[in-house]
Write a protein that binds this ligand. Structure first.
Ligand SMILES: Cc1cc2nc3c(=O)[nH]c(=O)nc-3n(C[C@H](O)[C@H](O)[C@H](O)COP(=O)(O)O)c2cc1C
Length: 192
């Protein structure tokens, strides 16, 4: 039996990274879209202008989480997009906060440290009539300065700290990249 594919989707994966965690996720998304036989490009956010997005059907935008929100260059980039473009959007983030679904205390910390990221994609998309298809996020190991800050300001309990730092240091791991790939496939499917 031959499986009929509707058409090739022109996909852009664009990301902002400082320490490469978000880049790993971006590459996973890129590889998945490529394996599905769509046209896909992978670009760093600071190498393009917002108008570059106009030639695409589906744009994945990725960001490191800074100060509880998307990184400033990503917020600016979203602000500069023209209204009612031809592309649809999906967002992804790496952050050092826990994942919200891991219990009450962790949910609170997630909200405080990374909770603004998803709304910061959705707000500009609503304002600009951009179809936002979905959001993916996973942990990304903090650089030592950020880990020190978390230890000093946020996680004071020694046992909680040891559990936290042991967990976060390994991310994004193979399971995160697989989750990102599953997300990418779902977004492309939703687009079609
Ligand atoms: C300046 C700075 C601020 C950060 N602020 C947060 C934050 O508010 N919440 C959070 O969960 N992680 C924060 N982090 C951790 C990063 O979001 C995390 O390590 C992420 O995976 C980094 O992505 P990148 O390697 O792609 O730059 C911060 C990191 C830096 C360098």
């Amino acid at each position: 039996m031959q499986i009929q594919r509707s058409h090739t989707v022109r996909v852009l994966v664009v990301y902002y990274t400082q320490t490469k965690n978000t880049e790993l996720v971006a590459k996973g998304i890129y590889e998945e879209v490529m394996s599905l036989d769509h046209d896909v490009e992978l670009m760093k956010l600071n190498s393009i202008e917002p108008g570059f997005l106009d030639g695409f059907d589906l744009v994945f935008i990725g960001s490191a989480c800074h100060d509880g929100d998307l990184a400033k260059p990503v917020l600016r980039f979203l602000e500069e997009l023209s209204p009612s473009p031809s592309f649809k959007m999906a967002g992804f983030v790496t952050h050092s906060a826990y994942k919200a679904e891991w219990g009450k205390r962790r949910e609170e910390l997630y909200e405080r440290w990374a909770g603004k990221c998803e709304p910061s994609f959705i707000g500009p998309c609503n304002d600009k009539n951009i179809d936002f298809l979905g959001y993916f996020h996973c942990l990304g190991a903090p650089i030592p300065e950020v880990a020190d800050f978390i230890r000093r300001e946020i996680i004071h309990d020694e046992d909680e700290w040891i559990e936290y730092i042991n967990e976060v240091q390994s991310h994004p791991n193979a399971a995160d990249i697989q989750d990102a790939k599953d997300f990418a496939a779902k977004m492309v499917n939703k687009y079609e």
